[in-house]
Design a protein around this ligand. Sequence first.
Ligand code: GDP
Ligand code: MG
Length: 162
Amino acid sequence: MRRVAIVGRPNVGKSTLFNRLVGRRRAIVDDTPGVTRDIREQPAQLGDLAFMLLDTAGWETAGGEALEARMRRFTERAIESSDVVLFLIDARSGILPLDESFASWLRKRSAKVILVANKCEGRAGQQGLAEAHGLGLGEPIPVSAEHGEGLSDLHEALGRHV
Ligand code: GDP
Ligand code: MG
């Protein structure tokens, strides 16, 4: 089964997308606060596509190392063990310097990156979606993980890899 990793800086909606795609099975995911878990993975489904989905967790709040270094270290492991990477940005907050440096690092690491602009429900994400084009990772797919929007476009993009 193909493996798909969700990566990106804290708060872009990685876990929300994970939960949405894992669906009912999230009930068995232990989200106890304070439990540090490096990579959690669950079988997920999007339309007719079935795959293993990886969410990197725990590193966002762990201390001792700069955020970007931690982000790269954990993402490196997720990339190594997956076939496709969903790189999430937050269209509402727009592209931050951390997104930019992470994107250029990611471009060199993995050929199979799908750029996903989350929080695109309503109009508040328009600007961020436009900015995302400048990341050099192709055309961003607008979604709303929280509201379940844009999933058919995500399905189409994933279908090319999964
Ligand atoms: P993570 O840190 O990348 O795993 O992000 P989370 O999944 O924990 O989400 C961070 C915050 O963004 C939470 O408050 C979510 O409710 C919110 N969020 C996630 N997806 C969406 C979305 O599609 N639209 C909006 N408006 N908020 C979202
Ligand atoms: Mg999370």
